[in-house]
Ligand binder design. Sequence first.
Ligand code: P6P
Length: 356
Amino acid sequence: MVDDQQPLVEEHTLDRDCTTLSRHVFQQLQSFSPEAQDLSALMNRIGLAAKLIARRLSRAGLVENALGFTGDMNIQGESVKKMDVYANDVFIAVFKQSGLVCRLASEEMEKPYYIPENCPIGRYTLLYDPIDGSSNVDINLNVGSIFAIRQQEGVDNGDASDLLQSGRKQIAAGYVLYGPSTVLVYSIGKGVHAFTLDPSLGEFILSSENIRMPDHGPIYSINEGNFWQCKESIRDYIRYVHRHEGYTARYSGALVGDVHRILMQGGVFLYPGSVRKPEGKLRLIYETAPLAFLIEQAGGKASTGTHNLLDVVPTELHMRTPLVIGSKEDVELVESFIGEQERLEEERRLIAAQQS
Ligand code: P6P
């Protein structure tokens, strides 16, 4: 600042512009320990992956082979989009160079991807959905990436069985929302913070710190097209919000954008199980568990409808769970409709899954 003159740029703006993702991690931890340096480097790498994907998405309509389907099916039995493959490869390439991540587990890969050269030292595993909501890609609507970081426990004899532990083992989690701006929202267990990509700087800059959810919000977000496949308890909940003032429906078909709206404005997102598919559609270790970690850090709640989502222990890598996530009061209202009967059903299902 020039002496005794008005600062050319408000100091706090400069300070904010200097609060990059990697710097923010050190501020959170108040430490430069090896663990803090690892987490800072890991978050910086997530930021790099997000920038590469955002760049591809912003020009997808102009780039040969960026849009459309590959013609293959993934482990989920879903048609694979070219952007799914590109984004999946971006995370692999970015973390190969990190030296920190030994394994990556993704919605797009049946088994975890190992980076042997990292494994002796790198004790971290990245769990991610590289592009969530890819049906929106070809119509230029928002999509997202979801990520979680865990530490490898014990010796991995190639089946990554230590990943079959609850979401409470996550040491960091978050998502990237590719929308009008690219926003990265993350938590390392010390609150929830949002960074906005400044393309002119090529940096994610702190835009919202310590985000707190309201205990109640007006939004309920569910695909009402599934109404008749829903269990009676969920149909009763939908009838309730139809009949009571103060509720409004918002649903984009892309999980990250729908949950981000709930995080910022309050309310509840539901992807419940159905009569035919009681486990629902969304995957636990790289979709619902990372989001549950984040929303709980923001003062919200996440459950399967009967159990706290972060307590669910996966029985296999791509296990699905129902999801009810958002403001505490709104999640508890949905749970109140689900009641004891379904709680018993869910208990039986989880026990059967763990015994099989
Ligand atoms: P439906 C996208 O395919 C996704 O996995 C989530 O992003 C989204 O919340 C959900 O599926 C939408 O599913 O059945 O409503 O189209």
